[in-house]
Design a protein. Structure first.
Length: 396
């Protein structure tokens, strides 16, 4: 998958920038699907994502202009698909601006540069097959690919640890995109491994742990509803603020430290929203732990049940689902070979993830499509994390 994207990127680069100097640097970073543990990451909780086999590549080269010129092949709506800005200098740091998609690139460059003026000018093309805004972490995929690309522009800089790479990209999104995301998306894009999910404790020092997830008879079906509700970003930040307020009223540093007993004892001092949001976060954290235990003993049907419980909680307590997501989940669960299905990602549209026996995959797709015709489907097993791609070794 990465090689095919890189080949496309090389062609797009040549078409846009001219063929005199072909691209000689490339990096790939995957998207992710969160299997369980939704809206727990920014509450210091546990999450269990896997890297998908879909991702983002950046191909390009260093130039001598002192400017960074970046083009994307993604559908960015009304925004231009080309961005040009000065390479950072110690007296002129990068700042967010338009087009908005370029802020993810600029944020990573700024965090990597650290005000030292070490990142040179470059030209680059971005190609991705991660659906934008679908809850499959197209943003973290772009950030991490950018980091692995920029590292090659600055070979004398010391190699960062996987944790530092993930945290750098998270800070880029906070500061330049204005989204106060947790650390899950960046960690799994950096650390993903084929045949594994990643159990991540989102409280420092994080302790990421790879969990074998390689049943050959099962596959994850991702369904994109093609719905993108505009309130997603504002509502995401509102949920985070509500969780922080609930934790403070409960006398906890975060909801990670609260139990259901604690929640019930403090119910009288919490607003209805605070109570229900906290109940989701606490029970979802418990579901992650039980899911890992179930997977380790190969009880995937139990894991599927926990996925279904997660969706109900996200729909009713956290209120981040929508009619389209609920419909797709209901349709998938009608099929005998489906173990579990849930919305994945921030919510308010986007994607669902379904654990299904391979022998029932086509039947599941047909059933969902018959009841929700505009769905798009992606089938993936757990994939590898980010990597540098050697363009000289790509097969013709």
């Amino acid at each position: 998958m990465a090689d095919a994207l890189c080949k496309e990127g090389v062609k797009k680069f040549a078409a846009h920038f001219g063929g005199d100097k072909p691209a000689d640097i490339a990096a790939f970073a995957p998207g992710r699907v969160n299997l369980i543990g939704e809206h727990t990451d920014y509450n210091d909780g546990f999450v269990f994502p896997m890297a998908t086999e879909y991702g983002t590549v950046i191909v390009g080269l260093r130039n001598d202009t002192g400017k960074c010129s970046v083009m994307t092949c993604a559908d960015v709506g009304d925004e231009p698909n080309v961005a040009e800005f000065d390479a950072p200098r110690d007296d002129k740091p990068l700042e967010p601006g338009d087009p908005k998609w370029a802020n993810y690139v600029k944020g990573v460059i700024s965090e990597f540069d650290g005000g030292k003026g070490i990142v040179p000018g470059f030209s680059a093309a971005i190609v991705s097959n991660v659906p934008l805004g679908g809850g499959l972490s197209s943003s973290a995929s772009l950030e991490v690919a950018t980091l692995y690309f920029v590292q090659q522009l600055c070979p004398d800089e010391e190699e960062k640890s996987d944790t530092d790479k993930a945290l750098l990209c998270q800070q880029a999104e906070h500061k330049f995109a204005g989204v106060k995301c947790g650390v899950m998306d960046q960690f799994i894009s950096v650390m993903g491994k084929a045949g594994h999910g990643l159990l991540l404790d989102c409280r420092p020092p994080y302790g990421p742990r790879l969990i074998v997830l390689d049943n050959p008879d099962l596959v994850f079906l991702i369904c994109d509803t093609k719905v993108r509700h505009e309130l997603a970003s504002s509502e995401y930040n509102k949920r985070r603020e509500t969780c922080t307020a609930a934790a403070e009223k409960m006398g906890k540093s975060s909801l990670r430290d609260a139990s259901i007993h604690d929640l019930e004892m403090k119910k009288s001092v919490l607003s209805s929203d605070q109570y229900r949001r906290a109940r989701h976060v606490i029970t979802e954290g418990n579901r992650v732990i039980v899911s890992i235990q179930s997977i380790q003993v190969k009880d995937y049907k139990k894991f599927g049940q926990l996925m279904k419980q997660s969706h109900t909680s996200l729909r009713d307590d956290y209120e981040v689902s929508c009619a389209e997501l609920d419909r797709v989940v209901e349709l998938a669960l009608e099929i005998q070979g489906v173990y579990g299905s849930r919305m994945t990602g921030g919510g308010f549209g986007g994607c669902t993830v379904t654990l299904v026996e391979k022998s029932f995959l086509e039947r599941t797709i047909d059933r969902v499509r018959s009841g929700y015709p505009k769905a798009e489907f992606y089938v993936s097993s757990p994939g590898d994390g980010a990597k540098v791609v050697d363009l000289t070794k790509l097969e013709e």
